[in-house]
Write a protein that binds this ligand. Structure first.
Ligand SMILES: [Cu+2]
Length: 351
């Protein structure tokens, strides 16, 4: 009798401890969530939130990023001619790691940037041009620029970490091979430096050029908002759903050329499906003859290529990851195909 009473006492006591423990844990949680946080958004608006704020970085370095401007923005550098006649293209690239970007209403991302944007500028040159990059690291951590392509080992941006708070390095190499290549920071842990946004696109044009086209760049990226090794959002050019809400304007009977680079980490594959059409696909863009005529390509990490197509019929057409989870979390857009007035005015309807 005595034994069972003490057993009862112990049970009651442990239930009390559990309940009170839970109360303190949850009430602490509730308290933490109700704490007000104030942010300056990318538009300059000051907002306060009592919601959960992940990896908060308090800074005034709020980023402006316009995916529509990025889409067709190519940086050819400061151009001069070397004594031997070679074209020199000079760039200044500044790395920072304290940016805050509002990627969706009220959703803030601690962005690490090249020249203040994610992705960094699209560096473009012709095969054989000399690329000279004056790299300045104004971040707090070590960063580098590692280009995919052909260059000397000491220009590879791997074994020469550039210190923060003003560290400098000059990358110089001949542009090649022809194609579309990524560049990214190569400091460990690599996933961390990439997922925060230190990457961009490097286009090497063939000397003979490519056919005239409406050209654009799409970097397929994933956003791991809480840095737990899983992406929470996906996008073409960083902002989820951007080109769905702001359709890309193109014309019928006009060649469209897209340089596509997959920078999604964590998920082993990504893909790109185009509606109402098929496209010519040039893997890595290294060949001037397309390898496939398809409406679907599958890309692994840093895999990339060039797609080319023309629309025959005007209207709105989706493009998106056919990995539906990715498209439902932001990697989806629309081409608004407009009647090409120049073309239709020239149409000969016969007699
Ligand atoms: Cu880095």
């Amino acid at each position: 009798m005595e034994k069972s009473r003490s057993k009862l006492m112990i049970t009651a006591l442990s239930v009390f401890v559990m309940i009170s423990g839970a109360y303190f844990v949850f009430s602490d949680d509730i308290h933490a969530q109700l704490e007000e946080t104030i942010f300056v958004t990318h538009t300059g608006a000051v907002i306060s939130t009592t919601g959960e704020v992940l990896d908060p970085i308090y800074t005034s370095a709020n980023m402006e990023f316009d995916p529509m401007e990025y889409l067709r923005d190519f940086d050819y550098g400061d151009v001069s001619t070397l004594p031997d006649g070679t074209t020199l293209r000079e760039y200044t690239i500044i790395a920072e790691d304290d940016g805050v970007m509002e990627v969706a209403p009220g959703i803030f991302y601690n962005a690490w940037t090249y020249n203040g944007s994610v992705p960094g500028p699209t560096i473009r040159a012709t095969e054989g041009d000399i690329i000279r990059i004056n790299f300045i690291n104004n971040g707090s951590k070590e960063h580098t620029m590692h280009f995919h392509g052909i260059h000397p080992a000491e220009m590879d941006g791997v074994f020469e970490p550039v210190g923060g708070n003003g560290g400098r390095f000059t990358y110089e190499f001949a542009a090649g091979p022809v194609g579309v290549h990524p560049y990214h920071c190569h400091i460990m842990p690599l996933e961390e430096h990439i997922i925060h946004g230190l990457y961009g696109v490097f286009i090497v044009d063939p000397k003979e050029g490519r056919a005239p086209a409406d050209e654009m760049v799409m970097v397929l990226n994933g956003l791991d908002m809480d840095f737990d090794g899983e992406n929470n959002f996906y996008a073409a050019n960083t902002i989820p759903f951007y080109y769905q809400h702001h359709p890309i304007q193109i014309n019928t009977d006009e060649l469209v050329r897209i340089y596509v680079v997959n920078m999604v980490e964590f998920d082993p594959i990504n893909n790109l499906h185009l509606h109402g059409n098929l496209y010519e696909y040039y893997p890595t863009g290294t060949d001037l003859v397309p390898s496939f005529y398809t409406d679907m390509i599958t890309l692994s990490q840093t895999e990339r290529g060039i797609i080319e197509f023309e629309y025959q019929y005007p209207g709105n057409y989706l493009f998106h990851a056919h990995k539906v989870e990715f498209s439902e979390k932001g990697w989806v857009g629309i081409f608004q195909v407009n009647e090409n007035k120049e073309q239709t005015e020239d149409v000969d309807y016969g007699s």
